[in-house]
Design a binder for this molecule. Structure first.
Ligand code: PHE
Length: 467
């Protein structure tokens, strides 16, 4: 490729785009429920430690690999490993993972779009009906919303890095922050809100065990969009005048602040709806919470703030989650786009066309795996459970391969690409950068305990899920 690589136009643009990737459904609903169920403040404390001590060094490693190589993940592994026949396999993994995650994330984003549509048109009673979700995901409406979601993602991505991804993030992220703050303020004024805040924040260290520690780490890792090739790709679009360490800190801080604030939205809402709630009833899954539980709360709001008020709150909520999902979906789709452009020399529109068709077919197969097509519904059986195609994609790519990719990137940076090159990349634009404490910490952690922790998470997931 002779043309110079596209870049983000500004530091803020990069941070908003990377934060847009990181802030997703996981932050807005996955995190609050995980925290509430697993020891409140105690979980928050452990989560924050993991973000700082484990995830931040991995993010710096991924961004450095991207910026130093100026390539997509596959190209980066090829270029920086200097002809090694084995490391490109890690590159392939980091390419297939986002491709497959995008396949299932698209399905959830389509559902969000459908719920947003119903909320805006004032159909809360329908959404709150316990049978609605099951019927909706198997209705043909889903395919109509599919076209809308694919069109939005394509429209953003065809504009390229600066005029597409960055511009989209600059519009959506500030609106997302405002909606989140507005909803938190509103929810805190509801009756019993304080009980929710208390439940969310009061630490209970007795709940912390190996399982909770594992889930805090996985949550932090996914939430920061690590192991998916996204930070390698976005790093390759970062200007050389930017400081990787401080930009990474900003992204991690924003992501964590959004997750924390989401707890102040979700938990008080749940408690004001039902002050006697036994939180064990809350399903572990974000999907159940968004699509079946929260609509009941929105409907109940009609008695206090009226039909229009309740519809407005529901619409703002679904728009918030939809924006979070779209910016994540854009970032994850950009990974295979950049590979097709970089490795195969495709134009962006051609790459997008190829991906929209191929990923679209797989997403459609997932949509048909909720009962409509038998062999997709009972796709495989493991650990005595029959799994649909949709479940398998989540189990394999989201839950299992992600920590493996993280592990490989750490080993790659330290032992193959070498510390010296990594340091040069971290320091290149930073005149004050000496062998600082941070650098020593990042080196030490990436070469010792972070790969061990990631390996344990990977091995534990494999053992628990498949046997
Ligand atoms: N960080 C996202 C979240 O918290 C995870 C993600 C990123 C998922 C990009 C898909 C694409 O939901």
């Amino acid at each position: 490729m002779s043309a110079t690589r596209e870049q983000f136009g500004s530091r803020l643009g990069f941070i908003l785009a990377a934060a847009g990737s990181a802030v997703g459904i996981g932050n807005l609903v996955g995190f609050p429920v995980a925290a509430a169920k697993n020891g409140g403040g105690a979980f928050l404390f452990i989560y924050a430690l993991f973000v700082l001590l484990v995830c931040l060094p991995v993010m710096m490693a991924e961004l450095s690999v991207g910026r130093a190589s100026q390539k997509d993940p596959l190209g980066a592994y090829r270029k920086l490993s200097d002809g090694s026949p084995l490391w490109p396999i890690a590159g392939w993994l980091v390419l297939i993972t986002p491709y497959m995650i995008a396949v299932f994330y698209t399905v959830i984003t389509i559902w969000l779009f459908g719920y947003l549509f119903e909320a805006v048109t004032g159909n809360l009673d329908q959404l709150a009906n316990p049978d609605y979700f099951g019927a909706f995901i198997n209705s043909n409406k889903v395919f109509v919303y599919f076209i809308a979601v694919a069109a939005i993602v394509n429209l953003i991505l065809v504009g390229g890095v600066k005029d597409g991804i960055e511009r989209g993030a600059k519009i959506m992220m500030p609106i997302l922050f405002l909606m989140l703050i507005g909803l938190v303020i509103f929810v805190l004024t509801l009756d019993n809100a304080f009980a929710g805040v208390q439940y969310y924040l009061v630490p209970d260290f007795s709940k912390i065990d190996a399982r909770v520690i594992n889930s805090a780490l996985s949550q932090a890792f996914f939430s920061l969009s690590l192991g998916m090739g996204i930070m390698i790709t976005y790093g390759s679009y970062m200007s050389r005048s930017e400081k990787i360490a401080s930009s990474a800190k900003f992204v991690a801080l924003t992501d964590t602040a959004v997750a924390f604030s989401a707890g102040l939205l979700i938990m008080p809402a749940i408690f004001s709806f039902n002050p006697d709630i036994n939180t064990a009833e809350l399903s572990e899954s974000s999907v159940g919470l968004i699509f079946t539980f929260l609509p009941k709360i929105f409907l109940a709001l009609q008695t206090t703030i009226g039909y229009f008020g309740a519809s407005a709150v529901a619409s703002i909520f679904f728009l918030l989650v939809f924006f979070a999902a779209i910016t994540s979906l854009v970032s994850i789709t950009e990974v295979p786009v950049s590979s097709l452009v970089g490795e195969k020399g495709y134009s962006r529109p051609k790459a997008l066309l190829v991906l929209t068709v191929s990923m679209g077919l797989l997403s459609a197969a997932c949509i048909l795996s909720f009962g409509r097509v038998e062999w997709l519904t009972g796709f495989v059986t493991y650990a005595d459970q029959s799994k649909s195609l949709f479940d398998v994609v989540i189990d394999v790519f989201y839950d299992t391969i992600l920590p493996l990719n993280g592990l490989l990137v750490c080993l790659f940076v330290i032992y193959r690409w070498k510390k010296l090159n990594f340091h040069k990349e971290l320091a290149c634009s930073d005149p004050d950068y000496s062998c600082s404490k941070l650098e020593r910490y990042v080196d030490f952690s990436l070469s010792t305990f972070i790969p061990v922790i990631l390996f344990l998470v990977f091995a534990n997931t494999v053992a628990l899920k498949y046997f």
